[in-house]
Design a protein around this ligand. Sequence first.
Ligand code: AQP
Length: 332
Amino acid sequence: RPRVFSGIQPTADSFHFGNYLGALQHWIRLQDDHDAFYCVVDMHAITVDYDPAALRERTYRSVAQLLALGLDPQRASVFVQSHVPEHAELAWVLNCITGLGEAQRMTQFKDKAARGGLNQASVGLLTYPMLMASDILLYQTQGVPVGEDQRQHLELTRDLAQRFNGRFGETFTVPEPIIIADTAKIVDLQDPTIKMSKSASSPKGIVDVLDDPKSAAKKIRSAVTDSEAEVRFDREEKPGVSNLLTIYSALTGRKVDEIAGQYAGQGYGAFKVDLSEIVADFVGPLRAATMELLDDRAELDRILGEGAARAREVSQATLDAAYDRVGFVRAR
Ligand code: AQP
């Protein structure tokens, strides 16, 4: 079975619809016929300002949400990044084959560093993409399900794998991004020109998977559209309506054209009301399921222990090969 890997940061109390539709729904789909490794990347989460107690809680909440959304730890290995020390170890080696200019050109670094001022940014933020490359390459990953915003980091990961293989001998599988165009970029409900994001979106612009059903429904009903009053998919001209159509289609499995046809000539009212109910029905049970899972920390710890053990079987072998190739004397 082809190997897939992906990670998500425990940097909020809840994942949002961008995370779910852009990435997590594909994680869940792929677990059926792929050898899947999915990781809560707590080490990435400390590259920006954070609170340690919140990080600990959010790591558990992230795991509970992944399970509530449908990840099955029997089929997929679910683990926490810091439980597998090979991630940091390989990242160091990759840092040493990455150019400073190359790292500084990453858009996510530039955006996030710009927010607080370049001199305030941590070196960790700069080296984030090499840690991400390490995450992926350790598992000899063939496919990485992510949203469009991660494409550049994936490209760097591929470059680093090829560079390492070329210089030191075949060691890493060169991974392919799995970016599903339909849902690759979910946009902010209030400002459809930007992606839905926990750091840039206003509370009204973002639907969280743990939102209570009423407030999620309200956010959908008050989403910014346009003055045309025609339900039609056109990302350029009608980004707000197209985003709502994308969410509608992803949650119901129905085709965008068919949905648009259903609301032809009716303006946006009925369309928004129906979608708000679909979204409310989706988030309603998730909150309860997540809270129930969170009540049994011992069980979550057990699942994470098994996931990390499976991850280490693969990651240790890869790191060992990489250390050998770069010329490190192996401890005997
Ligand atoms: N708006 C989005 N549309 C589609 N996919 C998205 N992803 C994030 N936002 C969207 C995908 O979610 C996965 C997890 O990404 P992450 O852990 O890096 O989360 P993030 O990027 O920190 O989420 P945000 O909200 O985008 O955070 P900030 O604002 O801090 O950057 C990834 O696969 C990502 O593509």
